[in-house]
Design a protein around this ligand. Structure first.
Ligand SMILES: [Zn+2]
Length: 246
């Protein structure tokens, strides 16, 4: 049986069989992988810590016919700061979920790996939902979606002064003249200006950003709508605890 190493983050973890877990890993070398961690739900399992959601670890995996199996795992970082805080747990779940629905298996995406790992560390001191929004804007940009936030995708007119329309069908922003009766989300001038800053600002300055509930809902709901339509999957963690997030 072939064995391989993966420098990876656990982005999804489900109960599997009587005492196993089915993990979705996002690795630096091979992108998204699925693997079974056998017996890790038993109290005495030595692999328990390394297979928890969000953990960043060195994995040794056996290549299987249909599913790979975790042979060894050496945790590098378990992100205790995320687990110690409800909002940080929700935001990290939103980040992991977006990464999962927007990628396909075994396609190397080292830029996305670096982005995700960086944001899990950033959740230590940045407003968690600011981090979630900034992450989503950057992920969409890396994948070639929502590339520009300055001009209407139909006519090229500069947008932002007045109300702008976010349309998944059109693939970006529409000015009021090009907006027809499509489904989508309205963005305020302030909301769009903040999205531009969150997309481009240096990561070490993200901790300076603050927003009110109205702005948070406008931006997170817009990004959730756009991503769900682009990737044709639901983002459940983004809408869990609706009072707290969207
Ligand atoms: Zn237009």
């Amino acid at each position: 049986m072939a064995v391989y190493n993966a420098d990876a983050i656990v982005i999804r973890s489900r109960e599997y069989g009587e005492s196993d877990k089915l993990l979705t890993l996002f690795s630096r070398e091979r992108g998204k992988l699925e693997a079974v961690a056998k017996g890790v739900r038993k109290p005495k399992s030595t692999q328990r810590g390394g297979t928890q959601l969000f953990t960043y670890a060195d994995f040794l995996l056996y290549k299987g016919k249909s599913l790979d199996t975790v042979s060894q795992v050496h945790p590098r970082e378990s992100f205790i700061h995320i687990w110690n805080d409800f909002d940080r747990t929700i935001a990290a779940s939103g980040i992991a979920e977006l990464l999962d629905i927007s990628t396909t298996r075994e396609q190397t995406e080292s830029e996305l790996f670096t982005l995700t790992l960086g944001f899990l560390f950033l959740l230590k001191y940045v407003d968690p939902y600011i981090a979630q929004a900034a992450y989503a804007l950057r992920l969409l940009n890396i994948q070639g979606y929502l590339p520009g936030l300055n001009n209407c995708v139909e006519c090229g007119t500069a947008v932002g002064g007045t109300q702008t329309f976010l349309s998944a069908e059109a693939g970006g922003l529409l000015c009021s003249g090009c907006k027809n009766n499509e489904a989508g989300r309205m963005l305020s001038g302030g909301g769009l200006a903040l999205m531009r800053r969150l997309k481009t600002v240096e990561l070490d300055k993200l901790d300076r950003f603050r927003w009110n509930k109205k702005m948070r809902i406008e931006i997170l709901d817009g990004l959730c709508y756009f991503s769900e339509n682009k990737f044709e999957r639901k983002l459940k963690a983004w809408r869990s605890g609706s009072e707290m997030i969207i």
